[in-house]
Design a protein around this ligand. Structure first.
Ligand code: PLP
Length: 385
């Protein structure tokens, strides 16, 4: 008997929207020109890209020239962090131990290879980054500083008040980068009201294709690119553009923005339902960080803490047709607790419990949740029997 597959790993990646696939296929068939070619077939591809650039800029309330298309969130974050050190005189980075690996590793690389001072802001017990601690760290040095803090944590969903962080950074003349990979397409962002210098995006987190993203680089920042070549993307990211990928990103963003309230309401209801059903089925279960709170957490992510130790839970759920991560996709399957869990759980909790990240999209149904809770309850019962 074929098992019904239930997908609850939307923070890792989302299924492509049909409309996105159609738009990409159409582009691949009809607009195959190289955007750098001066003939009309090339210029047609160029004008498609520029259309998406304007659309993204409208969404973020920034200028089109501030949007640089890249291959993914990882590339955007690397370009910004390494570029800030190489070209903007950054000597010090303030970050947190809860950042995505692509930020953490880029920062670590700057520390080891470029001797950059790194200050890690230890999160509070609920996973929040204290703005007082940020301010103290900024006060402590006159070195040119880059603050890099993610907008929504990909494992527990805690949201950072990027408006306030931007104000603090402005006060201390620090550059501010936020990894907005989990929030672009899911929240209504307005960078015209925020003092933010750099941000990142990845299309596959909101029903667009993998291999397509962008970096927001504030005008006159003087940042230079890492990939040199033909001068594409305003000399910030050389290489022939991924035209169909950019079209897919634009279509996915358009769908998310046109339906933002509807998708958000649906997902929030599904999340509330999941919390209720999990609490009923497993009374000792807890939720990590702020993920079960309506305020301060991203509605697409719920992080549960199962009251027993079971490192095989992801595998066992997979065998029952449920696709889910224990932490982030990068750390799932790893026997070791993720850095995020090590920061917010105490030794005893790490010893006796198991984190499970449930992440939703507007395609998720209550039937999916029923199937998931049933499968989880069966596994938990087998474990205790
Ligand atoms: C917060 C965050 N930043 C960056 C990334 C990396 O994005 P990409 O997969 O596009 O490289 C991810 C993806 O897992 C993420 O969740």
């Amino acid at each position: 008997m074929e098992i019904k597959r239930i997908y609850l790993d939307n923070a890792a990646t989302t299924p492509l929207a049909e409309e996105v696939i159609d738009a990409m296929v159409e582009t691949m068939k009809a607009s195959y020109g190289n955007p750098s070619s001066t003939h009309s077939i090339g210029q047609e591809a160029k004008s498609l890209i520029e259309g998406v650039r304007r659309q993204v800029a409208d969404y973020l309330k920034v200028q089109p020239g501030e949007i640089i298309f890249t291959s993914c969130g990882t590339e955007s974050n690397n370009m910004i962090i390494k570029g800030a050190v190489a070209h903007l005189g950054v000597e010090r980075i303030i970050t947190s131990p809860m950042e995505h690996k692509c930020v953490a590793e880029a920062v670590r690389d700057m520390k080891t290879r470029k001797n950059i001072e790194v200050v890690y802001l230890r999160p509070e017990k609920n996973g929040d980054i204290s703005l007082e601690k940020l301010e103290e760290a900024l006060q402590a040095s006159d070195k040119k500083t880059l603050v890099t803090l993610m907008h929504a944590n990909n494992e527990i969903g805690n949201l950072l008040d990027i408006e306030k962080v931007g104000e603090i950074c402005k006060t201390y003349n620090a550059l501010f980068h936020s990894d907005t990979v989990q929030t672009v397409g899911h929240l209504d962002l307005d960078f015209s009201k925020i003092n933010i210098d750099f941000a990142s995006c990845s299309a596959h987190k909101f029903h667009g294709p993998k291999g397509s993203g962008f970096a927001y680089i504030r005008k006159n920042s003087r940042l230079k690119g890492l990939i040199l070549g033909g001068g594409q993307e305003r000399e910030l990211r050389a290489g022939t553009e991924n035209v169909s990928g950019i079209i897919g990103l634009g279509k996915a963003l358009e769908l998310c923005m046109d339906n933002l309230e509807e998708y958000k309401n649906h997902i929030q209801k599904i999340k509330d339902y999941t919390i209720e059903q999990l609490q009923k089925a497993i009374p000792m279960l807890k939720f990590n960080g702020r993920s079960a709170e309506k305020d301060g957490s991203l509605y697409t992510v719920l992080s549960a803490l199962l009251p027993t130790k079971n490192p095989l839970i992801g595998l066992q759920l997979d065998m029952k047709g449920i696709a889910i991560s224990q932490g982030s996709a990068c750390s799932s399957g790893a026997a070791k607790a993720s850095m995020v869990m090590m920061m917010i759980l105490n030794d005893e909790e790490l010893e006796i419990s198991t984190p499970l990240r449930i992440s939703f999209s507007h395609y998720t149904t209550t039937e999916d949740i029923d199937g998931f809770v049933k499968a989880l309850s069966e596994i938990m019962a087998e474990k205790t029997n």
